[in-house]
Write a protein that binds this ligand. Structure first.
Ligand code: PYC
Length: 403
C-alpha cells in the first residue's frame, strides 16, 4: 500500500525510439497488462509504455487491493467474473507471487433498502455463475466472529451479501509481473516521460508529443485513471468523468485476526487484513473534485467512528500510513473502454473506485480491441459512445465506496 521499491529485474531502457506500433500512456497495472496481452496474445511487441511518474505509482499503488465479481448489472458481473478467473491464474502466468488470497467478501446491509439491493445482486450473480448469497445477521456472526453484530450500535447489521470468491492480492506484484513479462518480450517501459500532446490528423491518431520529444505511433492508448480527462483533452476529447480523491489508510500490523473482507456501503467503510498484518481501510470519496492526493483528518474521523462500532478491538490500534488516489468517476459508475471517435486512439478509463480488480480482464480485452480495431463483445456495453446514446450501465448499487 505504499513505500514500494521496484524489483531489480525491471531494467529501464534509456533510449526512446521515434516510432512504435503502439504507445500506451500510463504505466499502471492497466497499461502494463494491456502491453503484456498485446505481446503474448497478439504478437505485438513494438510498444512503448510511457508514464510521467514511475511504474505503477498511481492508483495501482493506492487501492485497497480488493478483487470481487459481485456486481449488479449482468454486463458488470460478466466482466469482473472473467477478471477473477484471470487473477486466480496470474501468479503462475506471470511467474511472480501476487499473493492472491481468497477471503470471502461481505457487503453488510443495515437497512431494508440495502437488503433489497443485496438480494438483487445475489440473484444476478447466481444467474451469471458467480457465487454470492444473501445471508442473515446470525450467519454473518457465525462466519465473521470478530464483527460486532450486536443491536447496541447506531446501525445494527441486518444481513449481508456474502461473496466467497472475494479476494485480496499484492497490488504492486501484479504490476511488476505484467511489466517484467512484457519487457521480457521486447516491450519498453519509460517512466519520467510525460505526454504533453497527442497528434491527430484527419481524424486519426499519429503519435504523441512527450517531455522527451515526438513519438510516432500507429495506435495510441490512454490508461491514466485519475488523469483521464486531462489526457483525453490533449486528443480533443471531452469525457463525462470527474476526478475525485479517494483516501485510505492502514493500521500498524497485528497478528491475523480478520480473515474476511468486510464492506459497508451504507457506513462507507471497507476493511481487510493484509498478509503482513495491517488493517487496510478506506471510506467515502471526498465531496469535491480535486487533482490532489493529500489525506484529511475529516476522512479518518468519519472512517474510525464506523470502524470502531463494527470492530471494537480496533480501538487499541494506531494508524500507520495514509494516502489517497484519484478516482475517475463516470455518471453511471461503469468504466469507459475501447474505441473513441478518433481512429486508432483507444481509451481505458472511468474506473472510479474499482479499477484494480479489473486489471487482468481490462488488459486482455483492451489488447484484443487494439489488435483487431474492433470493440470486443465483452466491452460493447462500456463504449464512450453510450453517453451520447444514453445507453448507461448503472453500477452504483455495487459500489463499496460511498459517493
Ligand atoms: O470496489 O471493492 C471495491 C472497492 C473497495 C474499495 C474501493 N473499491
Amino acid at each position: 500500500s505504499s513505500g514500494r521499491v521496484e524489483p531489480p529485474h525491471l531494467r529501464w531502457q534509456p533510449d526512446l525510439k521515434r516510432t512504435y506500433d503502439v504507445v500506451i500512456i500510463g504505466a499502471g497495472g492497466h497499461g502494463l497488462a494491456t502491453a503484456y496481452y498485446l505481446a503474448t496474445r497478439h504478437g505485438i511487441t513494438n510498444i512503448a509504455v510511457l508514464d510521467r511518474g514511475w511504474l505503477a505509482g498511481g492508483n495501482t499503488a493506492r487501492n485497497t487491493t480488493i478483487v470481487r465479481a459481485n456486481y449488479l448489472t449482468p454486463e458488470g458481473v460478466a466482466f469482473y467474473k472473467e477478471s477473477v478467473e484471470l487473477f486466480r491464474g496470474l501468479s503462475t502466468e506471470l511467474d511472480i507471487n501476487i499473493m492472491y488470497s481468497e477471503r470471502g467478501h461481505f457487503t453488510l446491509a443495515h437497512t431494508d433498502a440495502a437488503i433489497r439491493t443485496a438480494r438483487w445482486r445475489a440473484e444476478v450473480n447466481k444467474h451469471m455463475g458467480v457465487d454470492s448469497e444473501l445471508i442473515d445477521a446470525a450467519e454473518v456472526a457465525r462466519l465473521c466472529p470478530v464483527l460486532n453484530t450486536s443491536d447496541e450500535v447506531h446501525y445494527p447489521i441486518l444481513g449481508a451479501l456474502y461473496h466467497p470468491p472475494g479476494a485480496i492480492a499484492r497490488h504492486d506484484a501484479v504490476a511488476w509481473g505484467y511489466a517484467k513479462e512484457a519487457m521480457a518480450r521486447g516491450v519498453e517501459v519509460h517512466p519520467a516521460t510525460e505526454v504533453t500532446g497527442i497528434l491527430v490528423e484527419g481524424g486519426r491518431v499519429r503519435g504523441v508529443e512527450t517531455s522527451r520529444g515526438t513519438i510516432h505511433a500507429d495506435k495510441v492508448v490512454q490508461a491514466v485513471a485519475g488523469s483521464s480527462s486531462r489526457v483525453a483533452k490533449l486528443a480533443g476529447l471531452r469525457l463525462p468523468i470527474k476526478s475525485i480523491p479517494l483516501q485510505a489508510c492502514v493500521s500498524e500490523p497485528v497478528k491475523p485476526i480478520l480473515d474476511q473482507i468486510v464492506v459497508s456501503g451504507s457506513l462507507h467503510v471497507y476493511i481487510s487484513q493484509s498478509a503482513r498484518g495491517e488493517m487496510v481501510m478506506g471510506g467515502v470519496t471526498d465531496p469535491y473534485g480535486l487533482y490532489q492526493t493529500r489525506s484529511t483528518l475529516d476522512f479518518k474521523e468519519g472512517l474510525m467512528a464506523h470502524m470502531l462500532e463494527l470492530f471494537p478491538f480496533m480501538a487499541d490500534l494506531r494508524v500507520l500510513r495514509q494516502w489517497a488516489g484519484t478516482a475517475d468517476m463516470t455518471p453511471d459508475f461503469s468504466p469507459v473502454m475501447g474505441l473513441t471517435p478518433i481512429d486508432n486512439y483507444f481509451i481505458d478509463s472511468g474506473w472510479g473506485t474499482w479499477g484494480f480488480k479489473a486489471t487482468p480482464v481490462c488488459g486482455l480485452r483492451m489488447a484484443e480491441c487494439i489488435a483487431t480495431g474492433r470493440q470486443p463483445e465483452m466491452l460493447k456495453p462500456f463504449l464512450l459512445d453510450r453517453f451520447r446514446t444514453f445507453d448507461l450501465v448503472g453500477e452504483k448499487g455495487a459500489a463499496s465506496v460511498g459517493h
